[in-house]
Design a protein. Structure first.
Length: 608
């Protein structure tokens, strides 16, 4: 059977649909439109190529290749095709350009096998043309990233366009449901703090106004988790919220925190927590996100969660919310702080303290408060008041906590311990309690040395625009290699804030609220033995590197051999250096620097 005929059979009859998928879809997809990708939305489909390069890529329909790019980062090798209806399709992370495209690039005086930047073309292509072969250039392992954009350059959700039926199934699934009390009168599972109900929990004690976070996803091929095409939340039959992104303007790409909780969503493991908790009233809204109200539970009620798969089929899951339901034991969400006899919880602008082991006395600025074992004490803060000490005294000794509440304004400065927080035209952050607690030294032992307490917030996951953090001069002077780290609730580890570097001003954006700590990376990079990897364009020498702390600084990698510097790229997904010169035979001297400035150099590296 001829290859083109086989291709058409795999994709479905082109006469039945306006579009064709650019690659055989039998491997499925690894990413869908609107997924959470580190504080931003994913703007297309990621088609799996079975873990290898070299799948044939054809245009989704006839048109003209109007632009190509070949860069080391981001999309890597990418093609833009303009179609007669003024839509544009995008094909990214390619291994190589197809014959017609490569010839057009050479006509422009560029080498299609090199990183030439951006080039404008006007090359006609038909649906049967091979315009490229799939690869792993730029970000990610082998796959094809595919987008459709309208005439205003807005990425469209392909599931709402006339494409052939996909050759794999997806099934809507509901994981955990997280309920968040929104005012002092609200309770979930008998408490004023958030409660996470596991999938098997059908009835949840809840009273008053509560925000709803749902872990919604699609079960994809080979156990993958994908973002749904749409999600609807109803309360007693009335719609509270509906998210159905048919397009996402690039102006809204980094507004993912309006829809997905940045603190609980991400990869490793894949988790998507869709949040409907009133944040859009403060932070703003976006197209295709409809918020009609907040669940207010005064009597037993049904919460329905409708999830749409890639085929447009809806599946509905229900939970019963009952003010009189039984309260069951529920573990607190783990935090990277040192466990002590005094437990601290932050909820909005309130602080809750509870003794785990014994009775004792709390010393507050204006009063003393005796605590019994296991009985929480809650206190509310006034926004913008200076941070102050809370002392906990028992027969066994005393400990101190520094607590405060961020100002409810757009421009402000607030100091708490070694942290200097600034609001600069800050958008939509309600009064938020803050506390300093000692870091748990058992977390990332031998990797990080903690130089400050952990700064925790009363609204973890809340998106922010215009919030910055600096370190006090005394701390920075003591530790010139200081780094700022944010806690990943998904990965259960500290992650380095990359823009916080020794040679730059010690200021970093805080795009969403998460625990923060100042620490030294005490684990230098590790360079492993070179090996050969077979890419679509040929074999390449690769040198694996590891850094468990601040991460590799890919701009400061240097590889030399006897003839001088060897051109190389760093692949952060595979965590190895790729030598672009196939003729370089070593021995190599490799120098790697991490984000904290620590370096490792090894000489006389050779293949086995």
């Amino acid at each position: 059977m001829k290859p083109l005929l086989l291709w058409c059979l795999c994709l479905g009859s082109l006469s039945a649909t306006e579009w064709q998928w650019p690659v055989n879809t039998h491997h499925g997809v690894t990413g869908t439109f609107g997924e959470y990708r580190g504080q931003r939305f994913h703007m297309g489909f990621d088609f799996s190529t079975g873990g290898v390069e070299g799948a044939e890529i054809r245009p989704a329909k006839a048109g003209r290749v109007v632009q190509v790019r070949a860069t080391r980062r981001g999309y890597g090798l990418v093609i833009y095709v303009r179609h007669p209806d003024k839509k544009t399709t995008v094909y990214a992370h390619l291994a190589a350009f197809g014959p017609k495209v490569a010839a057009a690039i050479r006509k422009k005086g560029k080498d299609p096998t090199k990183r030439f930047g951006t080039l404008q073309l006007n090359q006609p292509v038909q649906t049967g043309d091979i315009i490229a072969w799939s690869g792993e250039s730029g970000a990610g392992l082998p796959h094809l990233h595919f987008e459709v954009r309208d005439e205003d350059n807005r990425p469209l959700n392909p599931t709402y366009l006339d494409f052939p039926a996909l050759t794999f199934d997806t099934e809507a699934a509901l994981g955990r449901v997280r309920l968040v009390p929104l005012n002092d009168a609200a309770r979930v599972n008998g408490d004023v703090g958030p409660f996470v109900a596991e999938p098997g929990r059908k009835t949840i004690q809840a009273r008053g106004q509560v925000g709803i976070h749902v872990e919604a996803f699609l079960k994809g091929p080979r156990g993958s988790k994908l973002a749904p095409s749409a999600i609807r939340i109803t309360f007693e039959g009335k719609t509270l919220a509906h998210w159905q992104p048919k397009f996402i303007d690039f102006n809204h790409q980094r507004d993912a925190g309006l829809v997905l909780d940045p603190y609980h969503s991400g990869f490793g493991p894949t988790t998507f927590f869709y949040c409907f908790d009133g944040r859009t009233e403060s932070v703003g809204t976006m197209p295709f996100l409809e918020i009609e109200g907040i669940a207010d539970i005064q009597a037993p009620a049904t919460l329905a969660i409708e999830i749409q798969d890639l085929e447009g089929q809806n599946r509905t899951f229900t939970k019963r919310l009952d003010p009189e339901a039984a309260v069951l034991p529920a573990p607190r969400e783990p935090q990277p702080v040192l466990p002590t006899t005094l437990g601290a919880s932050l909820i909005r602008d309130r602080l809750g303290l509870v003794s785990h082991e014994t009775e004792g006395t709390l010393f507050l600025p204006q009063k003393m408060e005796g605590l019994e074992k296991g009985v929480p004490f809650w206190t509310e803060f006034k926004a913008g008041k200076p941070a102050h000490d809370v002392v906990w005294r028992t027969n066994a000794g005393r400990l101190k906590r520094v607590v405060g509440c961020l100002p409810d304004q757009s421009d402000w400065e607030y100091k708490i311990g070694p942290f200097h927080l600034k609001g600069i035209k800050l958008v939509g952050l309600p009064p938020t309690a803050v506390i300093l607690e000692p870091a748990d030294p058992k977390v990332m032992t031998g990797v990080l040395e903690y130089k400050s307490p952990v700064l925790r917030f009363g609204r973890h996951g809340w998106p922010t625009k215009g919030l910055f953090v600096e370190a006090s001069g005394s701390v920075s002077n003591q530790a010139p290699d200081l780094g700022l780290y944010g806690w990943s609730a998904v990965k259960k580890k500290w992650r380095h804030w990359n823009e916080w570097k020794p040679e730059s001003p010690r200021r970093a954006k805080v795009p969403y609220l998460t625990p923060l700590v100042l620490a030294r990376d005490i684990s230098p990079p590790v360079i492993l033995k070179p090996k050969v990897h077979k890419y679509f364009v040929g074999k390449r020498i690769v040198i694996p590197v590891r850094d468990e702390g601040s991460g590799i600084d890919n701009e400061r990698i240097r590889v030399t051999d006897t003839s001088g510097e060897v051109e190389s790229d760093y692949d952060p997904d595979r965590r190895w250096i790729v030598l672009n010169d196939p003729d370089s035979s070593g021995p190599w001297t490799v120098r790697v620097v991490d984000q904290a400035g620590q370096s490792t150099e090894i000489k006389n590296l050779r293949l086995k």
